[in-house]
Design a protein. Structure first.
Lengths: 490, 440, 253
């Protein structure tokens, strides 16, 4: 893995710079540390920092930028004639990349020599055959221009990597040289190093912003791409969800409404379970329970929160589903066809959310000042009257916030619905019927073998976008409400 | 008592007699309290049911019905078998006759044919042949062979398959159960601890008894390494900046808002991010634990940052003032004094964050870390990071989604293993907290 | 008119292992303002909270001895603290209006005790309470505004009005002016004097001047003991116990 080697080489250079700068400054001071401005290690760190950081930064930027450059060059070189009527430039480019990957694979497994792979006069049919032999994914459509472009793609990538290696090593060496040259006893090494560390700290903190940016960009780009292939109005207002599995576009109905309905229906069932149980648990734990009971019951409930969702998914599929069927199914009331249903997923999701609601509400109820309760007891109110008429109204905004957060959790939950809710998208009122949700369909659309450029796969990004916007809205609203609430009692 | 209002109100009676209204209110009080107790009990009830169904359905995955047969293969038999055209068939014949002998020895006589053995065991011939060809010195000595029984036989022992429910097919016939009973009575079929489940790899869709979770555990391990190596330093650095250095400005606010929002973004969205950025955009290898680790790192960071900031905040300002007072720089103060004091809290938060990441499934499915990929152990450390693998929860999901009910047991068993890991991590976190918790 | 409203005999209070009140016996008269004074931690607030069993809400607190109100032992098993507290109202150190409207703050007590048959009656009770709390004129135009929006002094008078609304017979006040400025304090003190017409008022205070201004009887607590209990004028001019004298002259406390 040459990239790993390059990385290790840069690190080695940095370590060498550290050792050299440190001994240099000690030698200059005549082994008298007191005449130095900073501790010797700071001089070493300064040199190491200047050697490694710019080099690694350039490495990362280069790695991200190169594919774009290569893509655009190859794309420009592709003649328009190479693009079939039914296809698009980006599809052909994907083809080119696949072919290039195939050639790489063939070379690495030894089915092809490097010369054969880059032979511009090679026969298309022969190459296709060799690639298939090597186990590469080859569609039947390798054409002369595609092969040519793929070869160009490989050449550009190869030279790009070579230049990158040289540039990165040069920068690392230059940085090391600069750092060592600066090293003099009166050089304020500590201040410089601390500045550098500070920048690193800021960079680490900025990753949160980059992550959000990454989420938004990846959703937006692919969603826009999707809406180019599939009309947005049909997506948002279509009442039928029926993706075709074979063809590209045309045959699929990709309306989000049945998925939204399933999502909300399951979430509502979950909240109907979780909110009363969670809220009453919180009230009991914070107002009535003795310290002993509290010390036992609170962690017990929180265990429910620490269990991975896959466990709940399995619980829904294999325990709750069959249980519900035995009561509401053919042998019982006859309302339920199969174990996977809105009720199954909703019930289990509700169980998952109980500790979430209860611990948030517990915090919020505890934030209501004791003076408020005393005032009520002093008037002769019973404890339940105090809770219902004074504590809960005072805590209401916070509790609403907690419920909104729980709702956002429910809407974004995946594994429980994938396993417990069923796969059929339908608009129905019967909670014992199987329905499906936005998250479940994201999983099913992106885990198949479908082409990433097809609307059937891209729709997952539009679904993800919708999910992101809804949950973000709920979260922001909840956070604002809770923050307002906390300020009120601080 | 001159005020006219004094003759209204609830209080005229003696204090020692409770009036009707107070009785009603006290009844309401009792009811309300009962609702609370019922709510707690409901929560506990669900926990107990969950634990019970995990244990009840999962523990059988740790045992496996095996056929144990001890016999001596003479040199003549070996030569005769090697001389035949269908060599493995010949060894199968030997196996059957030895089995027949063993049964007679135990005073039982059940008629069976080669097809029945194949239904019970698969084809034992090739394995026996391989063994004796590899160890020719064992010819003529007593050798014990342990062969895993088919999933139906296994299910019969675990109560999943019974005489009433069994349906004749090419995989199994009801009359085979007579043979199974006889073999069990003779002590030839026994239930043993299923090491293969813990160390093995995923099997084909029609072979639940061969499925193991070991390879996925390794996949999870490599992912957790990535998460630990990335999220701990980045999380701590970000927390130090926000807690100790960040000025009050729009940029800091932006970071804060982002962190609190990322903590609540659905995990599946992180999967989409991983797919689009790491795989489509950066062309990192699909299904690689490295990519899984990157995605989970981004997911775990907010958790780690939030808990790290809490532990930094808990270090009293007097410590900082003392260090600054002897002339340490701000940076030295933080790294020499504040950070070591906050370390136990940071570690606890990190372990809890890792435990969360370990159980996460949905994003892994999107980047292709589905269960059936976990077929072989990685060859080395680098290949452990970049070769396609699965992870424990994804493996469990794959088993749960398969049609053969034999896999359900494996899924539950996998959950037990996953929960053992989670429990261990949480206990370590609790011990750390207990041990190093400091009250200022 | 010296009819005894509350009669406490040999009261002991323990917080866990801490013996907070020792052998306190006192008789509190009707239509009188009784002041409890003493240094911080002397048990005066604790004793006050025994009189309407507010200490019940603290788990580790244990009360022994007898406290009779109108001859009924309030720690009798048959006594419901809820009924007791309707009869013995309480005003707290810090104004603690509920996060509700002014009207609902006052109406809360009457509502839970079922004192009004209809809305008109409730309106009447609220107005009467607010008038008695000497705050009616200030809030009559904004009864639906939140009680938390009032100034500190107004809030405390609102809380007094809230306590009065349930028609108690005894009014306990736990340092009702400690969070108020001098002007608001003067208004509340004036109010306390008026309330004496209808109730037995017990006030805990840190300020000796306040005790001298508003009360007719004064009890001095020290380290959990009731040191001296007498007419206010006597306590402040001619105390019998040397500890009382030291406290009043500012040598302890």
């Amino acid at each position: 893995m040459p990239l790993l080697w390059l990385f290790l080489l840069v690190l080695a250079l940095a370590i060498a710079a550290f050792v050299f700068a440190r001994s240099r400054v000690l030698a200059m001071s005549g082994q008298d540390r007191r005449s130095l401005h900073s501790l010797p290690n700071y001089y070493g760190s300064n040199a190491a920092m200047k050697s490694a950081i710019p080099a690694l930064l350039v490495l990362v930027i280069w790695l991200i930028a190169q594919p774009f450059y290569v893509n655009s060059v190859v794309s420009d070189a592709l003649p328009d004639s190479a693009i079939a009527e039914t296809s698009s430039r980006s599809l052909v480019l994907a083809e080119v990349r696949r072919t290039a990957d195939g050639l790489d694979l063939a070379v690495s497994t030894g089915t092809m020599t490097e010369d054969e792979a880059s032979d511009t006069g090679a026969e298309v049919a022969a190459v296709t055959e060799t690639l298939e032999e090597a186990g590469a994914i080859v569609t039947a459509q390798i054409t002369q221009p595609v092969l040519r472009a793929a070869q160009q793609f490989r050449v550009l990538n190869e030279t790009g990597h070579q230049i990158m290696t040289i540039v990165v090593l040069l920068i690392a060496a230059a940085g090391a040289f600069w750092g060592i040259k600066e090293t003099r006893p009166d050089f304020r090494a500590r201040n410089v190093v601390e500045q550098g560390v500070r920048v690193l700290l800021i960079a680490a903190a900025s990753i949160a912003i980059l992550t959000t940016l990454g989420i938004v960009l990846s959703l937006v780009f692919n969603t826009v791409e999707f809406f180019r292939l599939y009309p947005a109005s049909e997506f948002f207002f279509g009442t039928n969800w029926a993706p075709s599995f074979s063809g590209r576009g045309g045959a699929s109905d990709l309306g989000i409404l049945p998925l939204m309905w399933g999502t909300f229906y399951i979430s509502i069932v979950a909240l109907i379970v979780a909110v009363p149980v969670g809220l009453f648990s919180a009230i009991y734990l914070s107002e009535y329970a003795s310290p002993k009971v509290r010390a036992f019951a609170k962690p017990m409930l929180e265990v429910l929160a620490g269990i991975p969702t896959i466990v709940y998914g399995l619980f829904a599929l294999l325990t709750v589903g069959p249980l519900l069927v035995s009561v509401f199914g053919e042998d019982g009331l006859g309302w339920m066809q199969a174990g996977t249903a809105v009720m199954t997923a909703g019930l289990v999701m509700g169980i998952m959310l109980i500790p979430f609601v209860s611990s948030l509400s517990d915090d919020i109820i505890n934030a209501v000042p004791q003076a408020m309760r005393d005032g009520s007891y002093g008037l002769g109110a019973t404890q339940s009257e105090t809770i219902r008429q004074v504590v809960l109204p005072a805590a209401l905004p916070g509790i609403v916030g907690a419920i909104l957060l729980a709702a956002s959790r429910a809407i974004g939950e995946t594994m429980i619905v994938v396993l417990g809710a069923g796969a059929a998208a339908r608009l129905s009122l019967n909670p014992f019927e199987a329905m499906t949700t936005v998250t479940a369909k994201i999983v099913s659309q992106l885990t198949g073998d479908s082409d990433f450029a097809s609307p059937e796969a891209l729709v997952a990004f539009a679904l993800g976008m919708t999910l992101f916007v809804i949950t973000l809205g709920l979260n922001v609203l909840a956070l604002v409400i809770v923050r307002k609430y906390r300020e009120q009692y601080e | 008592m001159t005020d006219a209002s004094m003759d209204s109100g609830p209080k005229k009676g003696s204090l020692t007699t409770v009036d009707a209204r107070t009785k009603k209110r006290n009844a309401a009080e009792k009811r309300f309290k009962a609702y609370g107790i019922v709510a707690i009990l409901i929560g506990m009830f669900f926990l107990v049911v969950l634990a019970a169904s995990i244990l009840r359905s999962g523990l059988p995955a740790f045992t496996q019905a095996e056929m144990k047969l001890e016999f001596v293969l003479s040199q003549e038999e070996f030569d005769a078998a090697e001389g035949q055209l269908l060599k493995t068939k010949a060894y199968e014949g030997i196996f059957i006759s030895k089995l027949q002998d063993a049964l007679t020895e135990n005073g039982m006589s059940v008629a069976f044919d080669a097809a029945a053995i194949e239904r019970l065991l698969g084809k034992p011939g090739s394995m026996i042949r391989e063994y004796f060809r590899a160890n020719p010195d064992k010819i003529g000595t007593s050798v014990t062979f342990s062969l895993p029984a088919s999933s139906r036989v296994d299910g019969y022992f675990k109560g999943r398959v019974s005489r009433e429910t069994v349906v004749d097919s090419r995989f199994f016939e009801a009359k085979d159960l007579d043979l199974v009973d006889a073999l069990a009575d003779a002590g030839i079929i026994v239930r043993n601890f299923n090491w293969n489940f813990i160390t093995g790899s995923d099997s084909g869709v029609d072979n639940p008894s061969g499925a193991g979770i070991g390879v996925s555990v390794i996949g999870s391990l490599f992912m957790m390494l990535v998460v630990l190596v990335l999220s701990l330093p980045i999380g701590v650095a970000a927390s130090i900046y926000l807690e100790e250095f960040a000025p009050q400005n729009w940029f800091t606010d932006l970071i804060e808002v982002n962190i609190s929002n990322l903590a609540a973004v659905p995990s599946i969205v992180f999967g989409i991010l991983g797919l689009a950025v790491f795989i489509q955009f950066m062309h990192l290898p699909q299904s690689a634990p490295l990519v899984g680790g990157l995605v989970l790192t981004l997911m775990t960071l907010p958790t780690i940052i939030i808990s790290t900031r809490a532990s930094l905040k808990a270090v009293p300002p007097s410590i900082r003032e003392a260090a600054l007072g002897v002339g340490a720089s701000k940076m030295q103060t933080v790294f020499h004094h504040v950070l070591p004091l906050a370390a136990p809290g940071i570690l606890t938060g990190t372990i809890i964050g890792l435990a969360q990441a370990l159980g996460e499934t949905a994003p892994l499915l999107l980047i292709g870390m589905v269960g059936f990929i976990a077929r072989a152990y990685p060859e080395g450390v680098v290949s452990g990071f970049i070769d396609p693998n699965s992870a424990m929860p994804a493996q469990i999901y794959t088993w749960a989604a398969r049609a053969d009910a034999g896999f359900y047991e494996k899924a539950w068993g996998g959950i037990i293993i996953l929960l053992v890991f989670l429990l261990t991590m949480n206990i370590i976190a609790i011990i750390l907290r207990r041990r190093f918790e400091r009250r200022w | 008119m010296t009819d005894v409203k509350i009669k406490a005999k040999d009261v002991q209070v323990y917080y866990g292992d801490n013996h907070a009140i020792k052998d306190v016996s006192v008789e509190i008269e009707n239509n009188t303002v009784t002041a409890f004074i003493g240094p911080s931690g002397c048990g005066k607030s604790t004793f006050l909270r025994c009189l309407n069993r507010m200490n019940d809400t603290i788990d580790i607190c244990r009360v022994e001895g007898t406290i009779l109100i109108d001859g009924d032992d309030i720690y009798d098993k048959r006594v419901d603290p809820v009924q007791l507290r309707a009869k013995v109202g309480m005003v707290f150190q810090k104004p603690n209006p509920f996060p509700k409207s002014i009207y609902d703050n006052i109406a809360y007590g009457p509502r839970i005790h079922g004192m009004a048959r209809n809305k008109a009656e409730l309106d009447e009770i609220v107005e009467r309470a607010l008038r008695r709390g000497a705050i009616w004129d200030e809030v009559k135009d904004r009864l639906n505004a939140p009680g938390t929006g009032l100034s500190g002094g107004q809030q405390q008078r609102l809380c007094i009005a809230r306590a009065v609304a349930t028609e108690p017979e005894v009014l306990l006040m736990d340092e009702p002016c400690s969070a108020l400025d001098p002007i608001a304090t003067a208004q509340v003190e004036e109010l306390i004097d008026e309330l004496r017409q209808n109730y037995a008022v017990v006030i805990v205070t840190h300020s000796m001047q306040q005790a001298a201004r508003v009360s007719q009887k004064t009890a001095f607590f020290h380290l959990g003991n009731l040191v001296e209990y007498d007419d206010t004028s006597k306590i402040f001019t001619n105390p019998e116990d040397s500890r009382t004298e030291s406290y009043i002259t500012g040598r302890i406390g």
